[in-house]
Design a binder for this molecule. Structure first.
Ligand SMILES: [Zn+2]
Length: 349
């Protein structure tokens, strides 16, 4: 993934936080390309997808998404997102995240640069920087990013080789792909759901961890205390069975603490799925959320509490704690995902 450096001057002015947010409204604005602009039902589906996130986030910023249908060389890919990914020195961005929610004990325990360590493949080193999406940094209070880098927060392309169902209100037709599900998934990447493990998996040797990587641990070595959260080494190896872990038990679903969920481990050296995703339910029978790496024909999934927890870990302000019961559709997807594996189409982030 191409990452742009935040100018030093911007790093120094990181804390230009808006303090008055009485009329907070999180807005995801689509800037449609030529093909999408003429497709009103697609635009409506995209806006419903955007609202799945926007209705749950209260940060008073506007995210602008370029989106269109396009041609892909790989017809297993339904859609892809090209983030505006920005980086700066580790502590500047880490402190931005910490300072967004000063009473959040988990964020407060995020390792400083001196504390941070990661298990890496041989020959790979940490760059000393940290990265996340431009959209994420807007939500953390950076106010001049559109001026610095242009209005767009990223681009989403939908593979026009697929037949899309643009209206899932009456279910998703067989042999079609639910456009709203794909749009909601791709928007999740744009909001910051990414991992540098994909960069490592594709040969990068000087790694810039993403915000999500701050929570990425070996499955058998996840921290269980806040002190451990500061000190336990992160695991950024492709192919390592990693989890995204939280240890403050702030977030509960059905009164069960969500401490860790598994992640995908990489296309080349891992499980065949980009590491910037939850673990594919095709392998486990457990659908973790909309950031699952694949989707079957005829199925719909929605942004769910695990996805919202991820956004909270990235520093977004949620309208309410993500305690909604898992949606029934998830169970359906799991069953069909297993029995209809040949229909699974991998999604590129
Ligand atoms: Zn994806």
């Amino acid at each position: 993934m191409k990452k742009l450096s935040l100018p030093v001057i911007l790093a120094l002015s990181l804390i230009s936080l808006s303090t008055t947010r009485a009329l907070a409204a999180f807005t995801i604005k689509i800037n449609p390309g030529a093909t999408l602009a003429t497709n009103n039902s697609a635009l409506a589906a995209f806006n419903r997808a955007a609202n799945q996130w926007a209705s749950k986030i209260t940060d008073n910023v506007t995210i602008t998404v370029n989106a269109d249908l396009g041609t892909f060389s790989n017809n297993n890919i339904i859609g892809s997102t090209s983030n505006r990914e920005l980086f700066s020195d580790y502590n500047s961005l880490r402190n931005l995240l910490v300072n967004k929610h000063p009473t959040d004990k988990l964020l407060g325990a995020l390792p400083t640069s001196a504390q941070f360590s990661a298990i890496l493949p041989q020959g790979v080193t940490l760059s000393g920087n940290l990265s996340t999406s431009k959209a994420n940094l807007k939500a953390l209070g950076l106010t001049s990013l559109d001026t610095q880098f242009g209005e767009s927060d990223g681009s989403i392309t939908f593979n026009k080789a697929f037949s899309f169902d643009y209206d899932n209100s009456n279910g998703v037709s067989a042999n079609t792909i639910d456009f709203e599900t794909v749009a909601a998934h791709e928007i999740g990447h744009l909001l910051g759901f990414t991992s540098s493990v994909d960069d490592i998996d594709s040969g990068e040797t000087s790694v810039i961890p993403s915000f999500m990587d701050l929570y990425r641990f070996s499955g058998n070595n996840a921290p269980t205390t806040l002190a451990g959260f500061s000190s336990v080494t992160r695991d950024l190896r492709a192919g390592s069975d990693a989890v995204t872990a939280t240890v403050d038990k702030l977030f509960t679903i059905n009164n069960v603490a969500v401490n860790q969920v598994r992640m995908s481990t990489g296309v080349s050296k891992g499980d065949g799925r980009q590491a910037s995703h939850w673990k594919d339910d095709q392998f486990t029978g457990i659908n973790i959320g909309i950031m699952d790496p694949s989707l079957s024909f005829g199925l719909r999934t929605n942004v769910n509490p695990n996805d919202l927890i991820a956004m909270r870990l990235l520093g977004y302000t949620l309208a309410a704690p993500p305690v909604t019961a898992p949606e029934p559709a998830a169970g359906v997807l799991v069953a069909l995902g297993i029995t209809c594996a040949f229909l699974i189409r991998q999604k590129k982030r």
